[in-house]
Design a protein around this ligand. Structure first.
Ligand SMILES: Cc1cc2nc3c(=O)[nH]c(=O)nc-3n(C[C@H](O)[C@H](O)[C@H](O)COP(=O)(O)OP(=O)(O)OC[C@H]3O[C@@H](n4cnc5c(N)ncnc54)[C@H](O)[C@@H]3O)c2cc1C
Length: 370
């Protein structure tokens, strides 16, 4: 087995690993990203809504609230600076009369979270800008700072900056196990050429695998890690032209933001994700296929705000899986930074709004290393 020394090793080339690796490389660290797949962003980072979230929903003061709001501002600036496509189309969270109290709670929390430009509007005002909305809707929050973007252009830009600063990504290199040493962390990597890496610092950004992998790195942190839980989210694409130009969100549930309608940069509409709790023992790799029989509840949920959705308009599209650290019925968990010390940081439960928050998370993680 080959054996070599490294400064900073990031495990995982999803958006979080890429953003952290780029930020560390810009600060002068020698960075290697080890990725078990043969390409960047194969899992959750490519299986989401590509929405730039405003930061409406998350408990004030939580990591999700702070990093979403800061990360969103950073992300728009980054997309501008790198010429990456986005559409700052805005979003409506829509409510029927019996949901208005909940809508008020979201608005109060969003303002406390420092989200800009929010407006509470009536159902009629909402229909004036989105005429296809349900006539029974009585109120909405308009969030102009929400948007969608070319996430793959963003990942490539992060990778490009990392490589410009001398960093590299080792593909086909799954980390199997490791142990803390006096100097750092020893990692055992598999793949075509099994390798042992002696790293001064390791950032575990392995997404779905980050908890199980943290448990396989011998050290005092192993006994304080949460149990991983997973919630699948399926999407259906909408055939034909979508009558909306903004993102349309119903009231959120506990495990998800509700079955929303997004319009991508090419103008294609899609509905989802729904929330399907996987059995407690479920572990990666996951089955990302979409069960066509779920269409029935997609039609029913979407018609609560889009009555004109035609029968036969929905086609199974793709699915992603949320890495959770709480069980069904519990309050949504927060992003977790399991800082062992300057040798090892495990990033856990980085579900939505992880994409939006990625630059802020990267700044936070690299500041922990300072
Ligand atoms: C259905 C859904 C919708 C979402 N919508 C949005 C949204 O609209 N906006 C938003 O801001 N956020 C959204 N999110 C959240 C966002 O997608 C995630 O927070 C983000 O993609 C997480 O990135 P990651 O890098 O942590 O994980 P991943 O993208 O899964 O990357 C982890 C990487 O680690 C690699 N890896 C795993 N184990 C090992 C190992 N042992 N050795 C080496 N490599 C390993 C994997 O191959 C993978 O490439 C959504 C999430 C889901 C599931």
């Amino acid at each position: 087995m080959d054996n070599f020394d490294a400064d900073l090793v990031v495990i995982g080339a999803g958006v979080i690993g890429l953003a952290v690796a780029r930020a560390a490389a810009l600060k002068g660290r020698d960075v290697i990203v080890v990725e078990s797949e043969d390409a960047i962003a194969v899992h959750t980072s490519s299986r989401n809504s590509e929405v730039i979230h405003a930061g409406l929903y998350y408990p004030t003061g939580s990591n999700k609230a702070r990093f979403c709001v800061t990360g969103r501002r950073q992300l728009y600036a980054y997309l501008d600076a790198h010429g990456i496509a986005y559409n700052n189309c805005g979003k409506l969270v829509v409510a029927h009369e019996d949901e208005e109290a909940g809508l008020g709670d979201i608005l109060a929390r969003a303002r406390a979270n420092d989200v800009e430009e929010l407006r509470l509007i009536s159902g009629d005002e909402a229909r004036a800008i989105e005429p296809a909305l349900h006539p029974g809707l009585t109120a909405a929050i308009h969030s102009p700072v929400s948007g969608i973007f070319d996430s793959h252009g963003y990942f490539l830009a992060l990778q490009g900056e990392l490589e410009d600063k001398g960093g590299m990504i080792a593909f086909g290199t799954p980390v199997k196990a490791g142990r803390l040493t006096a100097e750092g962390v020893e990692l055992d990597c598999g793949g075509a050429a099994p390798t042992r890496i002696n790293a001064r610092t390791v950032i575990n950004a392995a997404g779905h695998n980050s908890i199980d992998l943290a448990r396989r790195i011998d050290g005092p942190h192993q006994h304080t890690l949460p149990e991983p839980r997973y919630v699948k989210g399926s999407y259906f694409s909408v055939l034909g032209k979508t009558p909306f130009s903004r993102l349309i969100y119903p009231m959120p549930g506990r495990a998800s933001l509700g079955l929303h309608l997004t319009v991508d940069l090419a103008g294609r509409g899609k509905l989802g994700p729904d929330a399907e709790w996987l059995p407690e023992e479920a572990r990666p790799p996951f089955d990302y296929r979409v069960d066509p029989s779920r269409a029935e509840h997609f039609y029913a949920s979407a018609r609560r705000y889009w009555p004109g959705l035609k029968d036969g308009a929905l086609t199974p599209d793709y699915a992603g899986v949320r890495p959770k650290i709480v069980g069904k019925g519990e309050p949504s968990g927060d992003f977790m930074f399991d800082v062992v010390d300057s040798r090892l940081v495990n990033l856990i439960g980085i579900e939505s709004p992880g994409l939006t928050s990625s630059l802020a998370i990267a700044d936070h993680v690299t500041s922990l290393l300072d």
